[in-house]
Design a protein around this ligand. Structure first.
Ligand SMILES: [Zn+2]
Length: 122
């Protein structure tokens, strides 16, 4: 997993998000693509977005090619994350096929509650 450029700080991610890196790399490799992070805390997001807390990241999908491949990678990623960390992440394919297509992955309300109660990540 690498940053698209210097505007993206991978170190700004909380450990609860950065622990997904091996899974993300694995899924992208299966599609013979690099996992490029386009946003962590940088960029413009909705007010109150988990991006600003380092609890969300965006991943490039345009390097995968056509929409069916973007959807396949997304379901691969979602399945693997849900298998390893059931209920702890929301992984969404935003604007598939569009100019701003990306995968948005964030801590779920369940994980947020754990973080707020000081539960150490597994
Ligand atoms: Zn996002």
């Amino acid at each position: 997993m690498r940053a698209k450029n210097d505007s993206v700080d991978l170190d700004a991610l909380c450990p609860e998000l950065s622990r997904l890196a091996p899974l993300i790399d694995c899924c992208y490799s299966a599609f013979e693509c690099l996992a490029i992070v386009t946003a962590t805390t940088n960029g413009h997001h909705m007010k109150g977005s988990l991006h600003y807390r380092g609890l969300a990241m965006d991943l490039r999908v345009k390097n995968l090619g056509a929409v069916p491949r973007q959807r396949s990678l997304h379901s691969c990623l979602k399945r693997n994350i849900d298998a390893m960390y059931p209920g702890l992440y929301d992984t969404l394919l935003e604007d598939p096929g569009g100019e701003h297509a990306h995968i948005h992955c964030e801590a779920s309300p369940t994980l947020l509650a754990q973080i707020d109660h000081g539960v150490v990540p597994a």
